[in-house]
Design a protein around this ligand. Structure first.
Ligand code: ADP
Ligand code: MG
Length: 726
């Protein structure tokens, strides 16, 4: 009998919501208590050292070596007051995880004693032997050193007993081996170019930052069920499982009341997140059963990216206390909604203005339109690169399937805003000057934008990239992604677009045209040029796929093909011009993604092979034997059995058993062939074309067997259990 499954089910039934000790204080009292915030720095650092950190933060100044000693001493004093005994440089290598290597604060002395040690040089630079982090061939083993260096724009924090210092991670030869390095560079470029354009409207603007508010979707599953499903435990998704008779058809989960056990878990991890300065605010049920969402208030993009990485760690850790496992995979269950991570993105100035928010007067609204249209244009020109920034083996299953945006990048602006762009297109003359009346009329129209947007409630949830009143929401990002990847691309393409815009406007101004009119003219040309990327209709429909093709928009479904845009001549030119990533780094990133793809498919294929041979076939054969016994018994009693249900079932069982067995053999052969290929690109393609399709084909037959075989004998928890039990 299928004891593992039934033991697991029994365990889940007996679970209780785990009461956690709720603190007697309000969140405002423990928010950021484990973070080395500015207030804490003022307390623990000298004035001079504090100022140096602030300058590094705001103006990008270097931290002086001598001062680094003071900062290290202050940071250590604060951290030990918080109970820390170790410290680590905390960074985001390209495998998508976060990395830490803990070192104790103390060092033994010669006479057998120990002194507590953490110096300035250990703060600002470390040399982890990190030769096993993915590097796309950048670091040969003989130069296995990578450097991690403190990023003073993201504050240090204490997690458990460890002081974590956010750092960048670069190779001995200076190439970025992480997400943070290019992210910081892209933010710097966005700042520089956006400031120049913003100064057309307000000379007081000296700094522009990008904001990011992420919405993290995830599934929860009880740990007992999780362990009874080797596919979930090893690959993060189910490789088999027939659809549950009921899943999300009734849409009764979304925004429903949060189950008690889940609510206890949420409260618990949110409290840890708040203590670490992550401003979590929203929690709710998502569309699929056992699917949930967590979202904080938006923050400066670099900090928001760190916080998203950090909350993933916290969620995983706290889940253990509640006997849950968090599924961050984009598509853990076939046929029900997958999980995304909406990236809400905007730009704001040191003068407190959101550049993607309409203002109170025509001038402010022209500024708003300038940044809006330039973003549209940037996405139009680099849609393939933006698409490449969000691909992953998991997201490949999600995009274009049950309630997820398709692989086509398009932008939704809303009807009213679209009408406004149409107005500009019609009213602004190409070269002849506008009359005073024409200008006034246009400005009056623009003046109306805020009111229009306020009651503009149309929200298109089917668009991968939607304007939502004061920000763009990039919805195609996968739940397990590091937000830095899409943010690097978005910041860079908008920075480059603003740079080009400035050049064009200045050229027109030089011919004697007034500034506003020059801006209008360029915006008009962009509105016309970028039209194809704007789509207001249903992005989930088949008509859109056809329409997009007519418009010349690409629809690259498969990861191995989509990632090529990283090394297209346009992408290389863009990133090199901005000094965000060079050709070598881009090629390395491509190679790392190919490698990840290969490994993931390889693991899935092996796990499925094992499941078929060790679980599915033996179970199906046992059931077959019972039927055979039954048929023999009936025969011995001379009961007529030809074409009976029993024999039909025996035939079906044989068919599916044979099919899965044969296909597993073929799949292993295909893998062997693919493994022999040296070239990474060809190997990835072989895995994509020759190995990957078996996963679906084999699954089809397993799922059929699941329907036939006696439920009591089926060894693995079924969809109805995984999705509904908690
Ligand atoms: P939704 O209706 O899409 O679920 P929410 O109100 O939950 O929207 O907000 C989603 C995220 O968008 C939150 O993290 C929120 O802080 C963020 N957000 C709101 N305004 C901005 C903005 N101007 N720039 C960036 N993010 C923003
Ligand atoms: Mg949203």
């Amino acid at each position: 009998m299928a004891t593992l499954r039934f033991n697991a089910l029994e365990k889940v039934i007996s679970r209780q919501a785990k009461e956690i000790t709720t603190p007697s204080t309000k969140p405002s009292q423990y928010f950021s208590e484990m973070v080395f915030t500015r207030a804490k720095m003022q307390e623990y650092l000298s004035k001079e050292a504090y100022q140096n950190v602030m300058d590094a933060n705001e103006k990008g100044c270097k931290i002086d070596r001598r001062i680094a000693e003071q900062i290290a001493a202050g940071m250590k004093a604060w951290a030990t007051d918080k109970g820390a005994t170790h410290y680590t440089h905390w960074f985001h290598p390209l495998n998508g995880a976060t990395a830490e290597k803990h070192d104790a604060f103390f060092e033994p002395t010669e006479n057998g004693g120990a002194i507590e040690k953490f110096t300035g040089s250990l703060l600002v630079q470390q040399e982890p032997d990190a030769s096993s982090f993915p590097n796309g061939g950048i670091r040969n083993t003989f130069e296995a050193r990578g450097y991690s260096a403190w990023d003073p724009t993201s504050p240090a924090f204490v997690m458990g007993k460890t002081l974590c210092i956010p750092t960048i991670f670069v190779s001995y030869t200076g190439e970025a081996l992480d997400y943070k390095t290019p992210l910081l560079k892209s933010l710097h470029q966005l700042n520089k170019n956006a400031v120049e354009v913003a100064q057309y409207f307000d000379k007081n603007v000296t700094k522009v930052i990008a904001n990011l508010g992420w919405e993290q979707e995830y599934f929860l599953v009880d740990e007992a069920l999780y362990y009874a499903r080797p596919d979930l435990a090893l690959t993060g998704r189910t490789l088999m499982g027939h659809a549950s008779a009921k899943d999300q058809q009734l849409e009764d989960h979304y925004f429903g009341s949060i189950p008690e056990r889940v609510a206890a878990y949420m409260k618990d991890f949110e409290m840890e997140a708040l203590r670490l300065g992550i401003p979590v605010k929203t929690r709710h049920n998502e569309v699929a059963p056992n699917q949930f969402e967590c979202a904080p208030v938006y923050e400066e993009a670099n900090l928001a990216v760190d916080h998203n990485q950090l909350i993933t760690e916290i969620m995983n850790k706290v889940a253990l206390r509640h006997h849950f496992r968090v599924l961050m995979h984009e598509k853990p269950y076939k046929g029900v909604n997958g999980s995304g991570k909406h990236n809400n993105w905007s730009m704001s100035t040191n003068t407190g203005v959101n550049l993607l928010s309409p203002g109170k007067n025509p001038k402010a609204n022209l500024q708003f339109l300038t940044f809006l249209v330039n973003t549209v244009m940037a996405v139009y020109k680099h849609s393939d690169l933006l698409r490449a920034s969000i691909v992953s083996p998991g997201n490949e299953h999600r995009l274009g399937a049950s309630e997820a945006p398709p692989s086509i990048i398009s932008i939704f602006l809303g009807k009213q805003l679209s009408l406004h762009l149409d107005e500009i297109e019609q009213r602004v003359p190409n070269s002849s000057k506008m009359s005073a009346d024409e200008k006034t009329e246009l400005k009056l129209d623009i003046g109306k934008i805020p009111e229009i947007l306020l009651d503009n409630t149309d929200r298109n949830r089917t668009s991968p990239f939607a304007f939502t009143g004061n920000r763009f929401e990039f919805r195609a990002v996968g739940s397990s992604a590091n937000c830095a990847s899409p943010m690097i691309v978005l910041n860079s393409i908008v920075a480059k677009q603003l740079k080009d815009f400035k050049t064009e406007v200045d050229q027109i101004i030089e011919t004697g045209v007034k500034k506003d009119e020059a801006i209008f003219r360029v915006l008009k040309s962009y509105i016309i040029e970028s039209k194809a990327i704007r789509f207001e209709g249903n992005g989930y429909s088949d008509e859109w796929v056809k329409e997009a093709e007519k418009r010349g928009l690409t629809n690259i479904k498969e990861m191995v093909n989509a990632i090529h845009s990283f090394v297209s001549p346009e992408s290389i030119a863009l990133f090199e011009e901005l000094n965000v990533l060079n050709k070598r780094e881009l090629e390395a990133r491509l190679e790392i993604r190919q490698e990840i793809f290969i490994k993931k498919i390889q693991i899935e294929s092996r796990v499925l092979g094992d499941l078929v041979l060790n679980h599915v076939i033996p179970t199906a054969i046992k059931y077959q034997n019972i039927l055979i016994e039954n048929v023999k018994g009936l025969e011995s009693l001379s009961i007529k059995i030809s074409r009976s249900s029993q024999t039909k079932m025996l035939e079906k069982l044989s068919l599916h058993i044979n099919s899965v067995e044969e296909m597993v053999e073929e799949m292993v052969e295909a893998r062997k062939k693919a493994n022999a290929i040296e070239n990474m690109e060809d190997k990835a393609k072989a895995y994509n074309v020759e190995v990957k399709p078996f996963l679906e084909k084999i699954r089809y037959h397993i799922d059929k067997l699941e329907l036939i075989v006696d439920d009591e004998m089926w060894p693995l928890p079924k969809y109805r259990e995984l999705l509904f039990m908690r």
